[in-house]
Design a binder for this molecule. Structure first.
Ligand code: PNS
Length: 172
């Protein structure tokens, strides 16, 4: 008996973060997930706990430049609860990267909190390429501030923007 195929569901995943700045680790994760899901939305957060180096508009525009080669990836900014942004953009899942075991506790807590706020909210974890597994936005900023070579850790648009911040004396 011929089996009826279930209707295809458009899988839209949301990748939230501060991205201050967006690193090669973030880009690697976006590229991997873009190949797996129909659509990926990078959601840049107004993080109330952190004072970012780049404004939310700068971060959003820079990420757009970094993901321009991926037709199923878009970049938005959001304020407030992530689960609300998911509802607005009709995303079925959250994507987060896991670099090391030390990331796990915070990520587990966040995933469970989000699911408690919105029952159907699943979080999918992906690992970046091992060569990016030690790269974090915080360390990239530190290396940049101390005039170390940080070109290998960030996409080109971020390199130029961060260099401009340093040369302009804007790096705190
Ligand atoms: O890159 P980060 O700083 O680790 O990203 C954290 C982020 C922005 C994903 C998280 O702080 C977040 O989701 N903020 C939105 C507010 C929210 O929904 N809080 C409740 C769930 S923890």
């Amino acid at each position: 008996m011929p089996q009826e195929k279930p209707p295809a569901v458009h899988k839209r995943v949301m990748y939230p973060g501060s991205f201050d700045p967006f690193t090669n680790g973030h880009l690697d994760l976006v590229e991997r997930a873009a190949a797996l899901f129909d659509e990926l939305i990078v959601a840049v957060a107004v993080n109330m706990e952190k004072t970012p180096l780049f404004t939310i508009e700068e971060r959003t525009e820079l990420i757009r430049q970094c993901v321009g080669h991926l037709p199923n990836v878009s970049v938005i900014m959001f304020q407030g609860l992530l689960v609300e942004a998911m509802t607005v953009f009709d995303a079925q899942a959250i994507l987060r990267g896991l670099r090391a075991f030390s990331d796990f506790e915070y990520e587990l807590q966040m995933a469970l909190m989000n699911r408690s706020l919105k029952e159907q909210c699943e979080t999918v974890f992906m690992m970046p390429n091992a060569k990016n597994s030690f790269v974090s936005s915080r360390m990239v900023k530190e290396v940049a501030m101390l005039r170390g070579d940080f070109a290998q850790y960030v996409p080109e648009p971020i390199f130029h923007a961060l260099k401009k911040k340093i040369d302009g004396g804007n790096l705190k």
